[in-house]
Ligand binder design. Structure first.
Ligand code: PLP
Length: 476
């Protein structure tokens, strides 16, 4: 048997597969004890050298799996509180394996009879919880960045004054969108990719809660019009990245309707609040949006990079791209089952299985419980910090994101920034916790996103102690 044929042999696959599942199960048990470091931190050059040497070692598969785990960031660790990536549910890991085995990835029904029906069921599930009517429809794409770009491309084609797909941006006219200054950078990136440049993004100032200041919407719009810009869309944060603030989506909806704008809701992180009985009110008005995105890999615990892009009027989703591809499809009809007509991707991984199986196995309850628990925990943590005179919170948490900093009497703003940045660096170095930082009104804040349903109040108490100890040791 050739090396290639042998590489497909099911006997080794079965053996290695069993070992892999056992290794992951052991890992899940161990990581929950929170005694191992949340990551094994080493300098990039050292890691590069290690992996360079390792590639020629003769190790068992289990050794290889264990080494990979050892050198990874441990999202399942109860002390992981960093960027907005959820620990994947075991169900989604298994679905991911099956998806990889079958690789039925194309967005063409003919190539993948599994994807489109499942995607229709899953996206209808999102539509229902958003509060859309029967005309709504959507699809899944690879991440919030691509989903925001796709939604804005649709918006420009629908509202952008002319057939931009065929003729390009209208000459002598500056198209632009409005979005809060707290938006994720990918909105700005999308606008620039669309060839609208710096002038294509009109920032709405924020209020004291880091939400778009509704009282400034009209003035911001009028100033842009006076400068000769044509605003075709407004993007609402649901919620924002840095502090997790929700814009007033109802007010955005009314404003968009008044000025005939496309209203897009970026719910990459906090859109999943639609599933929480307790926190659904945060996204009041989301059903007014022409398009909504929600990430599965953030607040829905999928392993794969999965973003739902849902349109209030599903027909709009067919207006984004107009491609002739005789090798793929025979006509330009609106076919819900040929997803490539609407998605950016051509070959498209069938990751919908992860969400489909979660809905099948647990129903909406699993998402409700996750969002509610993590959002509750951020509120508890905020109270703990407020009760401690060493700390200041930057905002009351609306989601599971909280920014705070340590204070010290007599220190200048620059010294406080230095202190908080040093604390965060030390935490990173020690590896017991993983938290990040951000800059708000020129001040550096420590930032946690409580992504783990096994993080507890006791663990948050430990984090406070850890920060205070480091602060003392720094002797600042
Ligand atoms: C509000 C918001 N929008 C978009 C994104 C980008 O999403 P992705 O990382 O899936 O591309 C993020 C990522 O953190 C986000 O917080």
């Amino acid at each position: 048997m050739s090396k290639l044929q042998n590489a497909f042999n099911p006997v080794d696959f079965r053996k290695n597969g069993h070992q892999l599942i056992d290794t992951i199960a052991d890992y899940l048990e161990e990581v929950n004890q929170a005694e191992m470091p949340v990551m094994d931190r080493r300098p990039p050059d050292e890691a590069l050298e290690d992996w360079n040497q390792y590639i020629s070692h003769n190790n068992t598969s289990t050794d290889f799996y264990k080494k990979i785990i050892k050198h990874s960031m441990h999202l399942h660790h109860p002390k992981y509180m960093g960027h907005q990536v959820a620990p994947p549910l075991p169900d989604t890991m298994l679905s991911g394996l099956l998806v990889s085995a079958l690789k039925n990835g194309s967005g063409l029904y003919e190539m993948s009879p599994l994807s489109a029906p499942m995607e229709k069921i899953v996206t209808d599930f999102f539509s229902k919880h958003i509060g859309y009517g029967n005309e709504a429809s959507g699809f899944l794409t690879s991440g919030g960045t691509l989903a925001n770009l796709t939604a804005l491309l649709t918006a420009r084609q629908v509202k952008g004054f002319g057939d931009i797909w065929n003729e390009g941006n209208p000459e002598g006219k500056q198209l632009a969108i409005m979005v809060s200054e707290e938006a994720h950078y990918c909105v700005d990136r999308a606008v620039r990719i669309m060839g609208l440049g710096d002038a294509g993004i009109v920032k709405i100032p924020t209020n004291g809660k880091f939400q778009a200041d509704i009282s400034q919407l009209e003035e911001t719009y009028n100033n842009a019009i006076t400068e000769g810009k044509i605003i075709f869309a407004i993007v609402g944060n649901a919620c924002s990245t840095s502090v997790g603030a929700y814009d007033d989506l109802e007010a955005f909806g009314a404003f968009a309707q008044k000025h005939n704008l496309w209203f897009h809701a970026d719910g990459a992180h906090g859109g999943a609040a639609i599933f929480s009985k307790k926190y659904k009110s945060l996204v009041k008005g989301i059903e007014l949006a022409d398009s909504v995105i929600i990430d599965g890999h953030k607040m829905m615990m999928t392993a794969g990079l999965i973003t739902a892009l849902i349109y209030k009027n599903g027909k709009d989703s067919y207006r984004t791209f107009h491609q002739k591809a005789d090798y793929l499809w025979e006509n330009s009809d609106e076919e819900w089952f040929n997803l490539t007509k609407r998605t950016f991707e051509c070959t498209k991984f069938n990751s919908v299985l992860e969400v489909y199986s979660l809905i099948k196995n647990y129903g909406v309850d699993i998402f409700d419980e996750y969002v509610t628990y993590t959002y509750d925990l951020a509120r508890v943590f905020s109270k703990m910090l407020q009760a401690n005179s060493n700390f200041e919170i930057a905002h009351k948490p609306e989601s599971n994101i909280l920014c705070f900093r340590i204070l010290k009497n007599g220190k200048t703003p620059t010294e406080l920034n230095e202190l908080n940045a040093k604390i965060r660096k030390q935490i990173l170095h020690d590896g017991k916790f993983y938290i990040v930082q951000t800059m708000l009104n020129d001040a550096i804040y420590l930032r946690v996103t409580l992504m783990n349903s096994f993080s507890t109040i006791e663990i948050l108490e430990e984090l406070i102690e850890e920060i205070l100890t480091i602060s003392k040791q720094l002797n600042f």
